[in-house]
Design a protein around this ligand. Structure first.
Ligand code: F3S
Length: 286
């Protein structure tokens, strides 16, 4: 059996930066909070909680929270809306913004474009915190598209101008298909492809490996949007694809007949977990 790790897998730049900023602030000895889980990975969040980091889950939780003296709050990599940003400061927290710079760029784009009167179209999952955060920087009308059928059903207003952006982790191929539908409708749309390079790299590497592998293991949280996409892509190319959060979730017996086992991991999956899963497979078969 050969075990191959995808060329691009695990922590991306934005996630690494956000997690590091929490560890840096812990060194100050001041009370540390994060707004939402700093990244979509339960293991990472649990380790930080063990070090005393408190997570404020949502706006209701924020309302109830009385910050400790000198408290620092770190905004997660996915970003937050302008309203949440202001509420955090009003509560008296020192705010450290660990929003990924690629997500920040989308906030700036939608704010500028909507201030010029353009309607904003977002391709992404309306329930995902990143999309909710983006929506919260728009100064006017907006609409969210999750799939091809939403795009097909949309009837643009001939008098309106539109700017289209995407959730950073949206599947690149699906995004192109949605853009093609909008372009056919022939209206004034400015398409800004905001899919992150790290996402594309991980998706391409996963697809290429899964198309050769007899079994694929995708490591990441079930709350991680980009891990879910990696799973869909791998499952499409390789029927024996397994989605695991930790090494304990993997039934290594199901890999027995595989010559080539591929491994990939979402952008919020730490290196440590990837190594543990690799070692688990090696421990069983080597
Ligand atoms: Fe940022 Fe891209 Fe990661 S948007 S958080 S570098 S997946």
């Amino acid at each position: 059996m050969e075990i191959v790790l995808a060329e691009h897998a695990g922590f991306c730049f934005g996630v690494e930066r956000a997690v590091q900023s929490v560890y840096e602030k812990l060194k100050t000895g001041r009370p540390i909070y994060t707004y939402g889980p700093i990244v979509h990975n339960e293991e990472v969040v649990r380790e930080l909680e063990e070090k005393g980091v408190k997570v404020i889950k949502d706006e209701d939780d924020l309302e109830r929270t009385v910050p400790e003296k000198d408290a620092i709050i770190i905004i997660r990599a996915h970003g937050v809306s302008e309203a949440v940003y202001n509420k955090l400061a009003d509560k008296g927290f020192e705010v450290v913004d660990a929003t990924c710079p690629f997500v920040k760029k989308i906030h700036r784009t939608v704010m500028q474009e909507s201030s010029l009167g353009r309607e904003i179209l977002i391709v992404g999952d309306p329930d995902h915190p990143e999309v909710q955060g983006i929506k919260g920087w728009i100064k006017g009308k907006s609409k969210i598209f999750q799939n091809l059928s939403d795009a097909e059903k949309f009837s643009p207003n001939a008098d309106s101008d539109y700017t289209l952006v995407s959730q950073t982790t949206f599947q690149s191929k699906k995004f192109q298909e949605i853009v093609a539908i909008f372009e056919k409708k022939e209206y004034n749309v400015n398409v800004v492809n905001t899919i992150c390079n790290a996402t594309e790299e991980r998706q391409r590497a996963a697809e290429s490996l899964a198309s050769k592998a007899d079994a694929m293991i995708v490591i990441g949280s079930h709350t991680s949007s980009n891990t879910k996409k990696l799973f869909e892509i791998c499952k499409n190319c390789c029927e024996n694809t397994f989605y695991v959060q930790t090494p304990d979730d993997l039934d290594t017996g199901r890999l027995a007949s595989a010559n080539l086992v591929g491994i990939t991991a979402g952008a919020s999956t730490p290196q440590k977990l990837i190594e543990e899963v690799q070692n688990n497979v090696r421990g069983t078969y080597f």
